[in-house]
Design a protein around this ligand. Structure first.
Ligand SMILES: *[C@@H]1O[C@H](CO)[C@@H](O)[C@H](O)[C@H]1NC(C)=O
Ligand SMILES: *[C@@H]1O[C@H](CO)[C@@H](O)[C@H](O)[C@H]1NC(C)=O
Length: 420
């Protein structure tokens, strides 16, 4: 394997290069794939500890795109929704760059609401737990101004704020921005609305000329574009609004009774050219039972389910990702699709009940453009759900044919057919 794997606790100095871009199976609409680990970014060990304690296993797409660029000091304009790991995408590089030897404000995160300010400050406190003394302060309207003034009398490295309050503190000369090199705008579409944009520009005018701006927004209204043209310097643009897609995945169903499922799985194992597979069951007990059966049949497998300790789960998943085992049995644990390139077959041993779960199990993020096979074991009870999910996702799940064309899911055959 070409990818340099550095585990937690190894020598961090070895962390010199990012893994090579993945060149395996892709469909035409793909421009880049990564598959990085948090270890790849040469972050401080203490920060990595915080990241793993948050239960973050691997950078999300917006994090993969943001972290190295933000660390390099370049401006970023990112289109990303909530729930995509956006706060980690800017907090990780932000915290990495805090210099504890200096006691002035070094970074400011602007958010539109008090709720978001509290949420972001909570995450930064947890992430920086082992960093030994990063001081994070949240300041928003609707709280006692004098408390904030007193707080700023002590060391503060990172301010998380709504625009009105922080501007107030800046103008009073209490919050000093002249050495703050980084400003993040979360939910920038809201921050740059008519009511706020003047305040934001005012705040920026108190910062150094060469400050870095990271801007995250779900939409790109004119106000954001105008602001970008005026204040961002050659921003690196990230657009991750792509949804999970079933494009490139060939989906079949096999009609079975409950008792035939294991036998059917065994047949699939012997007939398919599986590189790595993930097999979904609907409960913890069924995961454990099936994993045992698969082992008895003579195939290697790992299993994870929701009742395992997060840390242990992460370890198993990490090992699976690194190819230590061919098959993984699990319950629904993935919220943004499986993005392991080596997985070319996904099996629904138990068919899910709704379209969203199906999509999370089978779908891939568009930019990975993965080719693969999804096989659904369907009992008579699942028939209605099958029809329903097909309708809702506007997709076609066909009966499994007696032989399956390898070019649909096996990398070598795929590239062979496209090259010759
Ligand atoms: C899981 O699937 C089995 C077999 O199809 C079924 O008997 C059981 O009720 C299902 N459990 C849940 C929680 O859906
Ligand atoms: C097959 O899986 C192994 C890990 O099990 C991985 O290293 C390899 O790159 C995979 N091959 C393809 C074509 O995805």
């Amino acid at each position: 394997m070409q990818i340099l794997i550095i585990r937690f606790g190894d020598d961090w100095k070895k962390c010199l290069e990012l893994p090579p871009k993945d060149t395996r199976m892709r469909t035409a609409d793909v421009t880049s794939t990564k598959g990085n680990e948090f270890e790849d970014y040469c972050l401080k060990r203490e920060l990595l500890m915080g990241i793993f304690e948050m239960g973050w296993e691997k950078p999300s797409p917006v994090q993969e795109e943001s972290i190295p660029i933000a660390l390099s000091g370049r401006d970023i304009l990112a289109r990303a929704k909530n729930g995509t790991g956006k706060s980690g995408a800017y907090l990780i590089p932000l915290l990495e760059r805090i210099d504890l030897k200096k006691d002035h404000i070094q970074a400011i995160v602007m958010v539109p609401t008090r709720e978001l300010a509290l949420q972001v400050s909570q995450i930064s406190i947890q992430l920086s737990k082992h960093l030994g003394g990063v001081k994070v302060m949240a300041t928003t309207g609707g709280t006692n101004l004098r408390d904030d003034i007193m707080r700023l009398d002590e060391t503060v490295h990172v301010v998380i704020a709504t625009p009105g309050r922080i501007l107030d503190l800046i103008k009073k000369g209490v919050a000093k921005m002249d050495k703050a090199q980084l400003i993040v705008m979360d939910e920038a579409d809201k921050l740059l609305s008519q009511d706020f944009v003047v305040l934001i520009e005012d705040i920026i005018s108190f910062m150094p000329k060469d400050r870095q701006i990271l801007l995250y927004s779900a939409t790109f209204p004119i106000s954001v574009q105008k602001f970008m043209n005026k204040h961002l310097k050659k921003p690196y643009e990230i657009n991750l609004m792509e949804e999970l897609t079933l494009k490139g995945i060939t989906q079949y169903y096999a009609y079975v009774t409950e008792r035939q499922k294991v036998h059917c799985l065994n047949t699939l194992f012997s007939r398919l050219q599986i590189n790595q597979s993930i097999i979904f069951c609907n409960s913890t007990q069924r995961v454990e039972l099936l994993a045992k059966k698969i082992t008895q049949l003579g195939y290697s497998c790992f299993y994870i389910h929701a009742k395992m300790m997060q840390e242990y789960r992460n370890r198993v998943f990490h090992d699976f990702r690194n190819g230590l085992c061919r098959n993984l049995v699990c319950t629904d644990l993935f919220t943004r699709g499986i993005d392991i390139q080596a997985v070319n077959v996904v099996i629904n041993f138990d068919f899910p009940k709704n379209a969203e779960t199906y999509l999370h199990r089978i779908g891939r993020s568009g930019r990975f453009g993965h080719l693969g096979l999804a096989i659904n074991l369907i009992t008579s009870e699942d028939r209605y759900n099958l029809k329903n999910i097909e309708d809702q996702l506007v997709t076609d799940i066909k009966p499994i044919p007696s032989s399956i064309d390898k070019s649909l899911y096996v990398a070598e055959f795929h590239s062979a057919s496209s090259f010759y």
